[in-house]
Design a binder for this molecule. Sequence first.
Ligand SMILES: [Zn+2]
Length: 332
Amino acid sequence: MISKCFPWHEAVFRRLTARAETLPHALLVHGRAGIGKTVFARTLAAWLLCEGERSAEAACGKCQACGWFELGNHPDYRQVEPEFLNAQSETEEGAERSKEPSRQIKIEQVRELQGFLAVGTHRGGRRIAVLRPAEAMNTATANALLKSLEEPPPNTLFILVSSQPARLLPTIRSRCQAVVLPAPAPEQAAQWLAAQGLEAAQTMLAHSGYAPLAAIEAAEQREARDRLLALLVRGEADPLVLADACANAEPAQVIDWLQKWAYDLGAVQLTGEPRYHPQARAALEQIGRRLALRRVLAYQRELARDRAVAQHPLNPRLFLESLFMRYRALKG
Ligand SMILES: [Zn+2]
């Protein structure tokens, strides 16, 4: 089913779809991080490509075009984003594995997009390219895109998504019509979060600067941390079980949690006082007693090294498993 945009963006969505026939060739969708801009851009693209009975807020979700869109293979749609945002889906390509996925939109990606724009549309309607986040383009890449924005191919809509539009080239900005997406009112966001089953929605929202998607992510991270810690306290050391517990967490976060745990495993031996997990003192002492201090210290150093490469590893799952395999090996 094609999703709708978030309720706090519906008014803007309806304004755009009401004048679908006269949309300019480039939109710059901007607003704060974590409020659902990409969902908005994709929902708009799906709506414009839909060939069935659309409502004012959503594509039909039933026609062939909607089917393709959802499977990610609509022939007239392209989503251009830095590799790291979809690194997980590309891990099967073993050859590239050793390379750090790029955090920038590369000039080759824009050239590829231009190749796609050079041929006619497949369905006789519009062609749509979503670029996100637009500020991930360096100057050379932005200039390459600028050529297409200046001489747009027919029936083409570019949707640039950005939470930092000030970082875009002024020439890019001036070629796009700005679509400002509002952040939800705190009560609306809290209500929505509660409806998603988020506990302590109000608090989580405040902690995330009132960005509901960021709040959801923070809640997921917190749950993962709690799951992991509960297992560690129980003395669990099976790498697969531990990796499962934090499968959805950011690897850099997991390292942070493990670093604190490893720190305390050393601290109970050195000073008798855990620093980060005072409530788990008994467990730390019991586990720590069975480990050689020098191994714990070496593991701490390894974790610090891992942390440097933990920003978006190509295969987060393998990365986590290797962290926990070395944790289990502490027992020697
Ligand atoms: Zn449809």
